[in-house]
Design a protein around this ligand. Structure first.
Ligand code: UGA
Length: 439
């Protein structure tokens, strides 16, 4: 089989590379010449564990190619994935201009039957717009080429993307013809060998599935953050409550970890977009609005604890931050709660010294030289009045607290991810605050 993947961002690059990994002939296409030149040399635009090696291996074998030429890339392709960005417009709705421009380009250049698949997260109704755009372009050319559109939402998590792609919980595909279903079944066959299901449905349902999945996950997180805040007030321990409810299989143990709010490029954007789509269609998504409000408020919870601890006197205090990315194993800073926390610390007059294993370069784009960046986690602590755990990178989990105590000016830890044990820390003389447990 031969496929084209348009857009070499996160989703496109992982998708293209993983299909090449199982032996499919893949061309990844992007309009950004620099990005394509870099990819040809094995330089990736994103950090994702294992991806760089996989790109090189498949590029060497000739199964994975990079090009800026859409016409060449989609020539004779059985399937063309659209995996370009859908940035939120000013009103929160997903901006489809890149998706539709690619659709037009495909219509202008396709030469034989193919399935055009939206992989970007797009509002319900987008596949129909993609179809219309392709039809218009074909009409202009005066040619009659048969094609199908399909919706194949992506469920991969940053930091675990390759595993999620190769061993998916499920593959969801929205189709409107048997022919498209056959092509998509053949394409995904190598991933179905271990019993992972491929679920076919109508196109609008597939489009909605993506938003519903992300919204449900965001809801779990905001719900737990609400419960955590209440636990603290009432003197309950949210870690115990989490275990208590998680062992009910109907609730499950995953995605019920309280923290400093969800971030990243997906949950915030998709929750907003679904609220917007619903409103445009006369429906009020009350639960999701609350999910969003709780999340916004949660980003300030750690700062409020710091402020309370120092009785509002933060002027000139030095704060060490461990972790900047919105979650571990990624350098993604989009909607990272760290940005809100740092902003509030700076506003209050603090000096901030931050360390992150991979996100410093990305963080500098937004934060510039308003904070200092440490070369390792210990350098960040020198003379610090407090340490804030913002992202739960594995390397932060078990530090030598004696060393921390010696480096810091004051022994205070504010843990936004609940990775430490309160008892252990009090034994070594630390003041310890976390989420959902009264200090
Ligand atoms: C999310 C979904 O998990 C993927 O299934 C989906 O494909 C992807 O969005 C997407 O739409 O492309 P991702 O944004 O990479 O993936 O990150 P997650 O691992 O889901 O974490 C999102 C946020 O929730 C992070 O800020 C994380 O710290 C937070 N979180 C997660 C919690 O606060 N508590 C939890 O228990 C779990």
């Amino acid at each position: 089989m031969k496929i084209a993947v348009v857009g070499t961002g996160y989703v496109g690059l992982v998708t293209g590379t993983c299909f090449a990994e199982v032996g499919i002939d893949v061309t990844c296409i992007d309009i950004d010449q620099k990005k394509i030149d870099n990819l040809k040399q094995g330089i990736l635009p994103i950090y994702e564990p294992g991806l760089e090696e996989m790109v090189s291996r498949n590029a060497e074998k000739g199964r994975l190619q990079f090009s800026t030429n859409l016409a060449e890339g989609i020539h004779d392709a059985d399937v063309a994935f659209i995996a370009v960005g859908t940035p939120p417009g000013e009103d929160g709705s997903a901006d489809l201009k890149y998706v539709l421009a690619v659709a037009r380009g495909i219509g202008e250049h396709m030469n034989s039957y193919g399935v055009i698949v939206t992989k970007s997260t797009v509002p319900v109704g987008t596949a129909a717009k993609v179809r219309a755009e392709i039809e218009k372009a074909l009409e202009k050319r005066g040619v009659d080429i048969e094609f199908d559109v399909a919706s194949n939402p992506e469920f991969l998590k940053e930091g675990a993307a390759i595993d999620d792609f190769l061993k998916p919980d499920r593959i969801v595909v929205g189709v409107a013809s048997e022919r498209a279903e056959e092509v998509m079944t053949k394409l995904y066959k190598p991933f179905l060998l271990n019993g992972h299901p491929i679920i076919f449905m109508d196109i609008p349902s597939a489009e909605m599935t993506k938003y519903a999945a992300n919204s449900m996950l965001a809801t779990k997180i905001s719900f737990m953050n609400d419960i955590a805040n209440l636990c603290e007030i009432m003197g309950a321990d949210v870690n115990k409550v989490r275990q208590g409810i998680g062992s009910d299989a109907r609730i499950g143990t995953k995605f019920i970890y309280p923290g400093i709010g969800y971030g990243g490029s997906c949950f915030p954007k998709d929750v907003k977009a679904l609220i917007k789509t619903a409103a445009e269609n006369g429906y009020d998504m009350q639960v999701l609005k609350a999910v969003e409000n709780v999340n916004e408020a949660q980003k300030s919870v750690l700062f409020d604890k710091v402020n309370k601890h120092f009785a509002g006197d933060l002027q000139g205090k030095k704060m060490a931050i461990w972790g900047l990315s919105f979650k571990p194993k990624t350098d993604d800073m989009r909607e990272a709660p760290s940005l809100v926390i740092i902003e509030r610390l700076l506003e209050a007059g603090c000096k901030v010294s931050a360390y992150d294993p991979v996100a410093i370069k990305e963080a500098k784009h937004t934060l510039g030289d308003r904070i200092t960046y440490a070369k390792d986690q210990f350098e960040a602590l020198i003379d610090a009045d407090a340490l804030l755990i913002v992202t739960e990178w594995p390397e932060f989990r078990s530090p030598n607290f004696e060393v921390l105590g010696r480096l810091m000016k004051q022994k205070a830890i504010f843990d936004g991810r609940n990775i430490y044990d309160a008892k252990e820390l009090s034994e070594v003389g630390f003041t310890y605050h976390c989420i959902g447990i009264r200090a």
